[in-house]
Design a protein around this ligand. Structure first.
Ligand code: ZN
Length: 159
């Protein structure tokens, strides 16, 4: 579906104008069969195929909006870039997305009281087996203290 400039959503039209300005930094070289080798100002080079709508920078395929490299190729051929914008960005598609009727809902009188739906902690699960108890130390047993990654006994601490 070929689009007119007026059929593109305003935000996308603005982005497209910005990309058109950026395309001035690109130098397209026609290689035949709707294909271009586009050199950017910063010496990066991209391969653009207008027939399948792709660029090696992958922005055209990912966003549906032709990149500045592709726009420079289109401009070289004397073509407008608006028809190459994805139909997702058209006003018609936007209107179709919001066309369905919004379902009616009940009033507040019919709704449940949300305060009764308090979030409770999970129930405690009793595990099988004997429960663990802390070990009872002998009165003369040496206790150890962990300092960082070094374990020291009380004897070593007293030194
Ligand atoms: Zn590109």
């Amino acid at each position: 579906m070929r689009k007119q400039a007026s059929d593109i959503c305003p935000k996308i039209a603005k982005k497209l104008e910005k990309l058109k300005n950026e395309s001035a930094a690109c130098i397209p070289r026609f290689t035949g069969d709707e294909k271009f080798e586009v050199t950017h100002m910063y010496r990066s080079q991209f391969f653009v195929d207008l027939e399948i709508g792709s660029c090696s920078c992958r922005k055209w395929e990912l966003t549906g909006l032709s990149c500045s490299h592709a726009i420079s190729g289109l401009a070289w051929k004397g073509l407008e870039s608006e028809p190459y914008v994805s139909h997702y960005y058209s006003k018609t598609t936007y209107m179709q997305a919001y066309e369905p009727v919004i379902s009616p809902i009940d009033g507040l009188e019919v709704c449940r009281d949300p305060s009764t739906d308090a979030l409770l902690p999970p129930k405690k699960i009793e595990l099988s087996g004997r429960p663990k108890k802390p070990r009872r130390r002998e009165p003369d047993e040496v206790r150890s203290i962990i300092l960082g990654t070094i374990r020291l006994s009380e004897k070593e601490l007293k030194k």
